[in-house]
Design a protein around this ligand. Structure first.
Ligand code: SF4
Length: 239
């Protein structure tokens, strides 16, 4: 499906790129298998394919950008894991050539690819996931292949972002059973290196593992108490 070269384009979003009216590109393919994933059609397209979702080609995108460059403030690249997609450099290059902003969403486990993109293009904002305790990533389908821990990958990714002097946030989705107060305490070590820590609400919906589709999230009041208790140095927002 990745080789097919098609992806999804949301022509306007006011929510995904802080302070900007943006378009969003969703690139299929991911190296994780988070059971709660709400984009299963981008992770396992053959199993979940929604007709017409992956309908945009690079030529369509170029035409779209030319038409909309005067009304857009930027483009968000998301996925799946956008850093894995072979078209990502070409697509970012097109956006840079239109002098529009670029935001990149990443699951945070590919620091070398992140560094390559930051060295090659103008990137305005990065959102990097801290999904749960680094010790629990095997539950998300992560396979350690060279002994590098998830925490080490996060360290490398955050250092890359700091060195590039790019604005960035880290994000944690409040998935029941995977994120609780103890996990947040553990994550704060990394989160406090970011400008912002976004705690994203979890809601029921189509999920990669159907058994996770009806889990209900903790209520917001409960989560707000965690913010007070954590006394973190980083600004935390609930989305
Ligand atoms: S939640 Fe994100 S990282 Fe996890 S499987 Fe889905 S697209 Fe991949």
């Amino acid at each position: 499906m990745i080789a097919d070269g098609r992806f999804a384009l949301v022509k306007t979003t006011l929510l995904d790129f802080p302070g900007r009216v943006a378009a969003a590109v969703f690139l299929p393919g991911c190296h994780l298998r988070c059971p709660y994933c709400h984009n299963p059609d981008f992770v396992e397209p053959a199993r979940f394919n929604l007709p017409g979702v992956l309908g945009c080609t690079i030529e369509d995108f170029e035409v779209f950008l030319k038409k909309r460059r005067n009304v857009l403030g930027g483009v968000v690249f998301s996925g799946g894991e956008a850093l894995l997609h072979p078209l990502l450099p070409e697509l970012i290059g097109l956006v840079n050539s239109c002098a529009l902003g670029v935001k990149l969403d990443t699951a945070g486990l590919l620091p070398q690819k992140l560094e390559n993109v930051l060295n090659s293009f103008k990137i305005d904002y990065v959102a990097m996931d801290l999904k749960t305790s680094p010790h629990r990533y095997e539950e998300l389908g992560w396979k350690v292949n060279d002994g590098t821990t998830v925490g080490e990958l996060w360290d490398r990714g955050l250092k890359t972002l700091e060195d590039a002097e790019v604005d960035f946030e880290v994000r944690t989705t409040m998935v029941p059973g995977l994120v609780d107060y103890g996990v947040l305490e553990e994550l704060r070590t990394w989160a406090e290196r970011a400008d912002l820590w976004a705690w994203q609400s979890y809601g029921p919906g189509d999920t990669l593992n159907p058994e996770w589709s009806s889990l209900s999230a903790k209520d917001e009041e409960h989560i707000r108490k965690w913010i007070t208790r954590l006394k973190s140095n980083v600004r935390i927002v609930i989305r």
